[in-house]
Design a protein around this ligand. Structure first.
Ligand code: BT5
Length: 305
């Protein structure tokens, strides 16, 4: 499996298209990159085959999605993180959970990032819309943490994501039980935890994090109203600072697990509210009052706690 899909020439070609405000001719590209026009044409055909949205017209080429992570940026990001040994980046894939699972099966602790997922998933077989412009990634951990503490990783990831959104964009992100991050009472990010365990031994954990950044979220059929960072700020934003900040909070909280639940409570949109918890075949209505030390939500109902 390749960790980065583009060669240096392809990256330079993408950068050229990204930074050009207008269509750019094949001749100009050839000159800038120091390659022949035939070579430019071949590269463009290859990138189009990989679903990079390059459009061709009589006057030349343009790129419709300007959001692509470059190798040097990702190399730099991974250098500052010790929990994960490497990254894998895809322009388009089924789901980063699938790739991360394949790598975790081989014992790899990695970060898998994609610009676009064709089969992005949520919990309980739900669909996760993952168009270009968002931040979609999965972390695979093979470290042994006791199975009974695994639940903490969902809280940890939600807190890391909310804090990173606050730091990076100065937006008042909050956490909602059990796995959401909200902005202005709408869902801006979701966390998906998947594990493989044998009896009480944890083999690996996959943590999927999806943040609506520059992607559009207009779908009315979502369970909960959604929002993106760019919608909240009314402009497109950089995603790399967000990714790096999520990872550094992740690492910090992973090594100081006692901070996780207090921080979650501080950032919580849920505690104190009247809520309806829908579980398998059962609904509980009451006031959310606290989390217990195992992460369960304590709800005060007419019948008691
Ligand atoms: C989640 O599930 O919130 C977990 C989302 C995890 C996504 C990441 S992206 C990287 C990694 N790779 C994957 O394939 N998944 C992970 P859940 O609580 O079950 O919420 C799913 C529900 O949210 C759906 O049924 C929709 O109603 C709604 N939804 C779908 N896409 C959304 C989006 N982009 N923004 C907000 N809500 C969305």
């Amino acid at each position: 499996m390749k960790k980065y899909p583009f060669t240096t020439v392809e990256e330079n070609l993408i950068k050229l298209l990204r930074d050009s405000p207008d269509v750019i001719s094949g001749e100009k590209i050839a000159q800038s990159l120091g390659i022949s026009r035939v070579a430019v044409w071949k590269k463009i055909q290859k990138l189009k085959k990989e679903n990079i949205p390059i459009y061709a017209c009589k006057r030349g080429y343009s790129l419709s999605n300007k959001m692509i992570f470059f190798k040097a940026e990702l190399d730099n990001m991974i250098k500052n993180i010790s929990l994960f040994e490497d990254y894998y980046y895809f322009y388009e894939t089924s789901s980063t959970m699938e790739i991360a699972k394949e790598l975790a099966e081989k014992g790899k602790r990695v970060i898998v990032i994609a610009e676009k997922q064709t089969q992005g998933r949520g919990r309980l077989g739900r669909k996760w819309e993952s168009q270009e412009g968002g931040l979609w990634f999965t972390l695979s951990l093979t470290n042994s943490i006791p199975l009974k503490h695994v639940f903490l990783l969902t809280y940890l990831s939600a807190v890391a994501t909310a804090l990173a959104i606050r730091d990076t964009y100065q937006l008042p992100a909050k956490v909602k039980w059990p796995n959401d991050v909200l902005l202005h009472e709408r869902k801006v990010a979701g966390i998906l935890l998947e594990i493989k365990a044998e009896v009480d031994l944890l083999l690996y954990t996959l943590i999927g994090i999806g943040v609506n950044v520059n992607n559009k979220v207009t779908h009315k059929e979502f369970l909960y109203p959604a929002i993106s960072i760019s919608e909240a700020l009314n402009k497109e934003v950089q995603r790399l600072p967000l990714l790096s900040t999520i990872l550094s909070y992740f690492e910090k909280l992973y090594s100081e697990k006692t901070l996780i639940l207090p921080l979650w409570k501080e950032l919580s949109e849920t505690l104190g509210k009247w809520i309806k918890v829908v579980t398998f075949g059962k609904e509980v209505i009451g006031q959310a009052i606290d989390l217990d030390e195992e992460g369960a939500l304590l709800v005060k109902t007419k019948e008691g706690l």
